[in-house]
Design a protein around this ligand. Structure first.
Ligand SMILES: Cc1cc2nc3c(=O)[nH]c(=O)nc-3n(C[C@H](O)[C@H](O)[C@H](O)COP(=O)(O)OP(=O)(O)OC[C@H]3O[C@@H](n4cnc5c(N)ncnc54)[C@H](O)[C@@H]3O)c2cc1C
Length: 374
């Protein structure tokens, strides 16, 4: 390796093993020609501003189709308010980024927009972020990669730092075993890569799915609806995002069926009213899509005219979530009914039934811990 120190003096160093912990544009990875795989283009873009003078005491996420607003308290008595757009919308928004940001803020989170309008910005900047998603081959003769150098995913699930730490811990253990002579170094580093990718891949896919900001598939909505009011399972569900809950255990068919059955009993067949399929079909799909998240806060009952529904004129209303959470709304539920072939009037009935039964669900300690940590 060659480099220079803070005074600009050049130096070179050699070692039997070079670790690339140098981020997504890793010089170590490019020098070693580490191959990329499972790459996906940027799926969403983010813009955020630091607002001074009002401090939220919680995390908020307001999701609409293909755009969202999030906000959380940060240092210096500031609140960070960010906007997400699906990538195509982001490319358009960038041409006039500040007006676009304010427009989506007003549309998705009018209360936050009012608070921002009556305060001042911490600085003049609007910060932008958007990233590709990829894995890289993580080791070869004399080199290994960790963190974003190893694999990079959209920040929407806020797990990049956790994953970088987990990579670092696993790689350090492997190197220790190898250099202490307990195991063959190349073999333990190969095992490091295998086990980390096996762990990371499902979450990577989930992250990429969420980053599209597309409405969730009907089967996930079935689970979201079933979770309403079931705080114990909601906490475990949110734990999927914080990686405190085992995905394998949560999405085990028996567990998903238990949640759906419990909901059907306690809600007198609300699932059936919503046109959601039997437990088994939900389980199959959930196993494929693995995980998603949903918390609904204070939905306002709403009557939707059947004519609007059939013309597709109905737009998803505002949603507000607390915690590390996403999506499920009256309109999403409407989609469920439509997808499953319900008639127009059944849609309206289902919608009313669903809306009256949704309520705050994300007061999980896991959420708070996660929010504080990120
Ligand atoms: C907009 C955005 C928001 C995010 N929000 C979150 C969040 O809320 N929570 C979360 O967990 N993650 C978040 N992430 C992801 C998180 O930032 C990364 O996953 C994490 O920082 C990866 O850590 P790392 O150490 O692998 O790489 P990095 O943090 O990129 O660190 C790499 C270091 O290597 C140095 N370096 C690079 N090249 C060289 C070189 N040639 N010589 C010497 N030094 C070099 C760099 O200067 C840098 O200090 C976000 C990312 C983005 C883009």
């Amino acid at each position: 390796m060659t480099g220079h120190n803070a005074q600009g003096t050049r130096f070179s160093e050699s070692a039997p093993l070079v670790i690339g912990a140098d981020g997504p544009s890793s010089r170590v990875a490019s020098s070693a020609r580490a191959e990329e795989y499972n790459a996906k283009p940027a799926l969403q873009g983010t813009a955020w501003i630091y607002w001074e003078g009002f401090l939220l005491d919680h995390f908020e996420l307001h999701v609409r189709d293909f755009e969202a607003i999030f906000a959380f308290p940060t240092s210096g008595s500031c609140t960070l308010i960010g906007a997400y757009w699906s990538i195509d919308r982001f490319r358009e928004a960038r041409a006039q980024i500040e007006p676009s940001y304010l427009e989506v803020l007003r549309r998705a989170a009018p209360d936050l927009a009012d608070r921002a309008a009556s305060t001042k910005r911490a600085d003049d900047r609007i910060y932008l972020g958007s990233t590709r998603n990829f894995f890289r081959k993580a080791h070869g003769p004399g080199w290994a990669l960790l963190g974003d150098a190893h694999y990079k995913k959209d920040p929407c699930t806020a797990q990049g730092i956790t994953d970088a730490f987990c990579d670092a811990e696993a790689l350090a253990d492997a190197i220790d075993k190898g250099l202490s002579g307990k195991c063959d170094l190349a073999a333990v580093i190969a095992e490091y890569e295998r086990s980390r990718v096996a762990w990371a891949l499902p979450f990577y896919e989930l992250t990429c799915q969420l980053a599209t900001l597309a409405p969730p598939p009907p089967e996930m909505l079935a689970l979201y609806v079933a979770l309403q009011g079931n705080q114990q399972d909601i906490d475990r569900f949110i734990g999927l995002i914080t990686e405190a809950t085992s995905r394998t255990d949560f999405f085990a068919p028996d567990n998903v069926q238990r949640i759906l059955r419990r909901s059907q009993v306690s809600n007198s067949g609300r699932g059936a009213q919503l046109g959601i399929g039997p437990c088994e079909s939900a389980v199959d799909s959930l196993l494929i899509c693995r995980a998603s998240r949903c918390v609904v806060r204070k939905p306002s009952p709403q009557v939707v005219d059947d004519a609007q529904v059939s013309k597709g004129a109905y737009r998803r209303p505002e949603r507000c979530y607390r915690g590390s959470a996403a999506c499920c709304t009256p309109a999403s539920l409407l989609c469920t009914s439509r997808t499953s072939g319900s008639s127009g009037s059944a849609c309206s009935q289902s919608l009313s039934a669903a809306v009256s039964s949704l309520r705050i669900v994300a007061e999980s300690p896991l959420c708070s811990a996660r929010t504080a940590a990120t």
